[in-house]
Design a protein around this ligand. Structure first.
Ligand SMILES: [Zn+2]
Ligand SMILES: [Zn+2]
Length: 127
């Protein structure tokens, strides 16, 4: 039972007495449908903790932390590089063609950059 109007920490919609749980990670309440006979949405998960055999609850943001940058995420195309630098794609392409920016051009003519190079380029440009 909730006494005060509370809202889901994930989607910000109001919680109902049959559809909320408290996240064991951040301590906020979120939607968790506890009744299989009632339509409800789940903004998190519940599972059995094998250590203490109790129920653990966690909201989606706590279950899915922001993805850690992996090598593929560190590869940007021209538009992404331009967006990251706040520049125009044409300018980035010109800098790449001029050898000012390390890049790889695919067989299809797509420019690929590594995030580190873009960041280095950005800090050089600012100085
Ligand atoms: Zn929700
Ligand atoms: Zn949480």
């Amino acid at each position: 039972m909730t006494t005060a109007e509370s809202s889901c920490c994930v989607c910000a919609d109001a919680l109902t007495p049959t559809s909320f749980a408290t996240c064991g990670v951040c301590g906020h309440e979120f939607h968790l449908n506890q009744r299989s006979d009632i339509e409800g949405k789940d903004c998190g998960l519940v599972w059995i903790n094998e250590e203490h055999l109790g129920l653990d609850f966690a909201c989606n943001p706590c279950i899915e932390p922001p993805p850690v940058a992996d090598s593929l995420n560190d590869v940007m195309d021209l538009d992404e590089a331009a967006a990251a630098l706040g520049a125009r794609s044409a300018d980035i392409q010109a800098a790449a063609d001029a050898g000012q920016l390390r890049h790889r051009k695919t067989g299809g003519g797509v420019y690929l950059f590594e995030r580190g190079d873009i960041e280095a380029f950005a800090s050089e440009k600012l100085e």
